[in-house]
Design a protein around this ligand. Structure first.
Ligand code: 5AD
Ligand code: SF4
Length: 460
């Protein structure tokens, strides 16, 4: 693994300065997961570094960049639809540069399709190419030719990329990239490549900077944070990293995602128990409640092992809450398999579920499996899942009423004059308060609940 440091590209800045009468504007839109959102923040940082301004509307832009997601087919179709809709804009404004990057750009068949059928797309580069963006724009401006890069994995980590964060009090902090797990349904290992961990000193430096800048919530990101540390010179695992970061003084809390259950160690749970700055919430995607399907998914744990882990966490961390991802309708999932999923979610009692109907991804192992279940059957199962989960969550949320808790005030509530805040356990509460509290911690008494949102009032 090679670690390189991003450096300002003054040649690109100069060239862009000469190419436009006034500073050009860039519109960057990110789809998908938090990792992608954070990549989008760094793309914006790199663009600003070479002289671009940022804008919120594609019509105002000189450069439009879609930072894409490939995890489900629906996401891909949306991107192709949105790219298609730009054709007219390009005709009106021939100098407009249209680009596509992120996970979709790491699939050869997508690049091929863009090359053949979307002649007005000028720029394509993959997830590892953010630092090369200044050179790619230069190439486009100097040679007036399309710059469409074929997918390639780079065994490098680029540190020091400039960043334009979307929030002033909540920050994403990647600790590792890629995934080695090859769950059979998942495209991520193919598009994001092998796992690579950032060096602890680099993570610590970015973390310190965030705390010093006043960030209150720092969410550590990785496809599987629990395997952090593989391949590093230092002997360090994810729990060690958490302990290291918690030694930074300041007023903040830490979240992290995603934890693969097979790698979530007792040591990690003990660390959550011991460190008051780590939120008492674990996103622990189970995907399915049937051992037969879990095996076909290559998840490498059983329902029993998963439940043991949940039990251990509940015993060690009083009040801990859980959330999960569930895939409905994996190839060959029977009614019985699905009922086992319903049973499991009832046993665990998740605060939140992120639910997905299985989406076939070309190139993955599951794409080769027979999938006889009709679509209608899958959507029916999804409805039953959501209904079951709603009832579970409403009960859990109601049980919180009466407590007084610290929340981070994140935004506006749905009723006028209210703000919304997030509890340590990831639930949301709405309460009447002055917007000066945005981005601050507040003590809130939980007085009631509307569906899965708590209602409260400022305390003290
Ligand atoms: N189909 C449906 N859901 C998927 N996920 C990943 N790949 C697929 C797929 N092919 C879901 C998993 C994962 C989440 C990020 O997306 O539940 O945990
Ligand atoms: Fe995909 Fe599995 Fe890796 Fe998550 S752990 S990114 S689901 S392969």
């Amino acid at each position: 693994m090679e670690y390189i440091t991003f450096e300002h590209d003054s040649r690109a800045e100069q060239l862009i300065g000469q190419a436009y009468d006034t500073p050009p504007l860039a519109y960057v839109h990110s789809y998908g997961c938090q990792q992608n959102v954070n990549d989008g923040e760094r793309i914006k940082g790199v663009l600003v570094d070479i002289g671009y301004g940022l804008c919120d509307k594609p019509e105002d832009a000189d450069l439009i960049l879609f930072n894409t997601c490939a995890v489900r087919e629906h996401a891909e179709q949306r991107v192709f639809g949105n790219v298609g809709a730009l054709k007219g804009l390009k005709e009106k404004k021939p100098g407009l540069i249209i680009g596509l990057c992120g996970c979709m750009a790491n699939q050869a068949h997508v690049v091929e399709k863009l090359r053949k059928s979307y002649p007005y797309v000028d720029l394509v580069f993959g997830v590892d190419g953010i630092d090369t963006l200044p050179q790619l724009i230069c190439r486009k401006l100097e040679q007036h030719k399309r710059v469409l890069l074929d997918p390639a994995q780079r065994p490098v980590i680029v540190e020091n990329l400039p960043i334009r964060r979307e929030s002033e009090f909540r920050a994403w902090l990647p600790i590792m990239y890629g995934c080695d797990n090859f769950c059979t349904y998942c495209i991520v290992p193919y598009v994001r490549g092998r796992e690579k961990s950032r060096r602890p000193a680099d993570i610590l430096a970015e973390f310190r900077g965030l705390v010093e800048a006043g960030y209150k919530e720092i969410t550590l990101l990785g496809q599987n944070v629990n395997s952090y540390g593989k391949g590093l010179e230092e002997q360090i695992d994810f729990a060690d990293l958490l302990n290291l970061l918690c030694s930074v003084p300041g007023d903040y809390h830490i979240r992290f995602m995603t934890s693969h259950p097979k790698d979530a160690s007792r040591k990690l749970i003990d660390t959550i128990a011991a460190q008051p700055r780590i939120c008492k919430h674990l996103h622990l995607p189970v995907q399915c409640g049937s051992n037969r399907i879990l095996q076909q998914m290559n998840r490498r744990y059983t329902v029993e092992q998963y439940l043991d882990l949940i039990e251990y966490a509940r015993a060690r961390v009083p009040g801990i809450t859980f959330s999960s991802d569930i895939i409905v309708g994996f190839p060959g999932e029977t009614e019985e398999d699905f009922c086992q999923t319903l049973e499991l979610i009832q046993k665990v009692g998740y605060m939140q579920l992120f639910t997905f109907i299985y989406s076939k991804r070309e190139g993955t192992k599951a794409a080769l499996l027979p999938d006889p279940t009709p679509r209608k059957e899958k959507t029916d199962r999804m409805e039953r899942l959501l209904k079951t989960q709603d009832a579970i969550a409403m009960e859990l949320v109601k049980a919180q009423v009466g407590q007084t808790v610290r929340v981070l005030v994140e935004g506006y509530g749905r009723l006028e004059g209210t703000l919304s805040g997030r509890l340590d356990n990831n639930l949301t509460v709405e309460f009447a308060a002055d917007p000066v509290l945005l981005g601050q911690y507040a003590q809130v008494k939980l007085t009631g609940a509307r569906a899965t949102v708590l209602l409260g009032e400022l305390a003290g």
